[in-house]
Design a protein around this ligand. Structure first.
Ligand SMILES: NC(=O)c1ccc[n+]([C@@H]2O[C@H](COP(=O)([O-])OP(=O)(O)OC[C@H]3O[C@@H](n4cnc5c(N)ncnc54)[C@H](O)[C@@H]3O)[C@@H](O)[C@H]2O)c1
Length: 268
């Protein structure tokens, strides 16, 4: 078989030309950077958001300014009817779905001793149940339209690493680890790949408490071999690659983007 570089001769802005992507939790933090990255690579992007419609409108405007295509859909990924409506909105407007990015995530920072059933349900319903059914609905759409597709889940180093006092979060990301491995194997015959991106510490509002405390931030930076937190764009770049034809042979696994921390520290 002759090796062919699937991206050879393509302009960066057309790597994802003709592809339609959905990004959940797409109007802030890592999700926003992913939306921008996919749009810059030429995809048509549906921006799922739960709150702050103004931020979504700003993002749509910014993408439109350079000729990109996007639109926002308010949908709560923990509600199955919202997930179905989200995917239907992409298909109705753009005709298909090629890339499903499950990025929306929450945490409660509660220990196993004081986690309430409400805390548990909140985290698991968004981070795991939402991702499970989003993967199912997206894969059904990809299989029915033909040509395969990509499911990309934003997991965490905590899919492997314990984080005391964040038990439900670790449980959800650990579940996502096996969801991706199992779904990746099961969906491979249909050409649908399923991959996790596992960030380490990323400079987003979720980490404001650490970033605003110079002592804590210095401690964290010292534990990271690259010496700093990631910027959201550095996670989005991995997603852009995974969504492209260059990543056609990657499935049922996790790509970590953690500055090396998992190899150097016993846990955070
Ligand atoms: N920031 C980090 O250090 C870090 C590290 C590893 C993994 N992650 C993961 O990255 C993802 C994005 O996190 P972030 O750091 O950008 O934080 P963030 O709080 O900015 O983003 C989370 C997004 O999910 C949305 N969301 C929450 N519940 C939702 C729901 N029910 N329906 C739809 N959207 C919902 C929020 O509105 C928000 O836009 C999460 O899955 C998180 O677990 C973050």
């Amino acid at each position: 078989m002759t090796a062919v570089n699937p991206l050879a001769g393509k302009a960066l802005s057309s790597f994802l030309a003709g592809k339609v992507a959905i990004v959940t939790g797409g109007n802030s933090g890592i999700g926003k950077a992913i939306v921008e990255q996919l749009a810059q690579l030429g995809a048509k992007v549906v921006i799922d958001y739960r709150s702050n419609p103004e931020a979504t409108e700003d993002l749509e405007e910014q993408i439109g300014a350079y000729g990109g295509c996007s639109f926002g859909v308010q949908a709560d990924v923990s509600k199955l009817e919202d997930l179905q409506r989200l995917i239907q909105a992409a298909v109705t407007r753009y005709g298909r779905l090629d890339v499903m990015v499950n990025n929306a995530g929450v945490e409660t920072r509660t220990s196993i001793l004081d986690t309430t059933p409400e805390d548990y349900d909140k985290v698991l319903n968004v981070n795991l149940r939402g991702v499970f059914f989003s993967t199912q609905y997206a894969a059904r759409q990809m299989i029915s339209q033909g040509g395969g597709g990509r499911v990309i889940n934003i997991s965490s180093v905590h899919e492997d690493w314990p984080m005391p006092n964040n038990t439900p979060y670790c449980l959800s990301k650990g579940g996502m680890r096996m969801l991706t491995r199992t779904a990746g194997v099961e969906l491979a015959p249909h050409g649908v790949t399923v991959v996790n991106v596992g960030p380490g510490a990323v400079a987003t509002p979720i980490n404001d408490a650490t970033m605003n405390d110079p002592k804590l931030l210095a401690q964290l930076n010292a534990a990271i071999p690259l010496g700093r937190m990631a910027q959201p764009e550095e996670i989005a770049a991995v997603v852009g690659f995974l969504a492209s034809d260059a990543a056609s042979y990657i499935t049922a696994t996790t790509i970590f983007a953690d500055g090396g921390i998992m190899q150097s520290s016993p846990g955070l």
